[in-house]
Design a protein around this ligand. Structure first.
Ligand code: EPZ
Length: 436
């Protein structure tokens, strides 16, 4: 299995182009099930997760074609994906498929909306938490689907089609909001989603659905209104820039020190992170298409507190990376995780690098240390893995991050983007030989 080796201590200088957002791309791909016409997605990131979902959609009847994005400049190297589902040939997503990528579960709603039935495996828990899908199922039931659970599978049926409804979520869920949206666009009548998630990826999905002929308003606010339509058509849509990738590289630059400009992105989407970085002593300058991060590595950072929250709050997907930065800050930082119950898997691994962190329930106290030291580490999810890369950029000596397949799920050309700015980072292929 591949590993990533980092020799810490190099300052970063240069530009990093931000790719299309993974968490938008995979929901947009699922939207292709709603129409028999082609959905063309540009600025698609090249990731293990999008390839994986492409394979699942192919089994359901989608013809997936990938090509280089002629509109993308060389630096972003985005991809164009054309998805055409003339006919749904199967309404079945197996345990093996959904287990490998939870977001595959989101094909359930579009399948029921288009064909009136589907059988999709329950995703089960994952390393960051139990992650139930009860809100997804309640939303589909509210839209008139009959839901039966047998042997780990959800059987959903709506032979006469879905019917618009008012759905108030008891708490904010990104996945349930997107799932309800994907199903309600083809329902008869009006659906109102209350206490909806406001993540930018939801607004991106709604924008794409509207290009396909849907009538969605209010996406990006807590109340989304959907006037159902009888059919959707094809569309062309550019995937929104990945705010988590942007935040991750902002934190990498802050950790290593130097000056890095992040381009092809929307700086306002990381406002909550930027405010905390400025408070910690990092320079953050906004531009129309991104942000410049500056930090003098000789000046010590200040410890600050963060609490994760749904958007526009501080993103849980940036919590591990921010904690890596705090390991070298002066004083004690408190990091509260409120979205997932087990999202501190990076803590013992940061400890292997010399960090001083104590976890009590959903809180981690990080006492800043003078220096980190390189070591062998590994993590069990994507964002935790990249927090170890960030820590490795500032650690003395060599850090090797194992289980790189987590990184490949969500970060496109990570080593290439960082080494272009002067980081000493390389991929070691599974056979132990460095990847040239
Ligand atoms: C999305 O997960 C993202 N994944 C996550 O990113 C992200 O961390 C999360 O939103 C929060 O921002 C994708 O977009 C593919 P939720 P999702 O439903 O939709 C509970 C990454 O690293 N809940 O907003 O699954 C749930 O257990 C990933 O890219 C229920 O109880 O998140 C959690 O505690 C990791 N019942 C909370 O709600 C439900 O039916 C919020 O989850 C649904 C969720």
């Amino acid at each position: 299995m591949d590993r990533i080796a980092i020799t810490g201590g190099a300052r970063l200088a240069g530009r990093i182009p931000i790719s299309g957002a993974k968490n938008s791309a995979i929901k947009l791909m699922a939207a292709s099930l709603l129409t028999e016409e082609p959905l063309i997605l540009t600025n698609m990131p090249r990731l293990a997760d999008t390839r994986f979902l492409g394979r699942l959609l192919t089994r359901l009847g989608t013809v997936v074609e990938e090509s280089d994005d002629p509109s993308a400049d060389v630096v972003t190297a985005g991809q164009t994906m054309s998805l055409t589902t003339r006919e749904i040939v199967s309404g079945f997503a197996s345990y093996d498929l959904v287990r490998q990528m939870r977001a595959s579960f989101n094909v359930l709603g579009p399948l029921v909306a288009r064909t009136g039935q589907a059988k999709v495996s329950l995703p089960g828990g994952c390393t960051i938490g139990a992650r139930p899908v009860d809100l997804h199922l309640k939303a589909l039931e509210a839209l008139g689907a009959r839901i039966d659970l047998h042997e780990g599978y959800v059987y959903a049926q709506a032979p006469r089609g879905l019917i618009g409804a008012e759905i108030e979520f008891p708490f904010v869920s990104v996945g349930a909001t997107e799932h309800a949206l994907l199903a309600a666009v083809l329902a008869q009548g009006t659906t109102v989603l209350k206490n909806a998630a406001q993540e930018p990826e939801i607004a991106d999905l709604a924008e794409c659905l509207n290009k396909m002929g849907a009538k969605v308003s209010g996406a990006g606010t807590p109340t989304i209104t959907i006037e159902g339509v009888s059919r959707l058509g094809g569309a062309r849509h550019a995937v929104i820039a990945d705010r988590i990738e942007m935040g991750t590289y902002a934190l990498a630059a802050a950790m290593a020190g130097g000056e890095v400009r992040l381009t092809h992105a929307r700086p306002e989407l990381i406002d909550a992170l930027s405010a905390k970085m400025i408070e910690a002593g990092v320079g953050v300058t906004r531009h129309d298409d991104g942000v410049t991060i500056t930090r003098d590595p000789a000046a010590r950072l200040k410890a600050v507190e963060v609490t994760t929250d749904p958007y526009p709050g501080f993103a849980t997907d940036l919590q591990a990376q921010f904690m890596a930065l705090m390991t070298l800050a002066e004083g004690e930082s408190l990091v509260r995780e409120t979205i997932f119950e087990n999202r501190f898997m990076h803590v013992p691994e940061l400890g292997r690098l010399g960090a001083d962190i104590a976890v009590h329930g959903g809180e981690a106290r990080v006492r800043g240390v003078d220096a980190l030291e390189g070591a062998q580490v590994m993590a069990t999810d994507l964002r935790a893995s990249v927090s170890l890369v960030i820590a490795g950029l500032a650690a003395r000596g060599e850090t090797t991050v194992n289980r790189v397949y987590h990184l490949d799920r969500g970060f496109e050309r990570l080593e290439e983007k960082l080494s272009a700015c002067g980081a000493v980072i390389r991929r070691i292929k599974g056979d132990g030989e460095p990847d040239e």
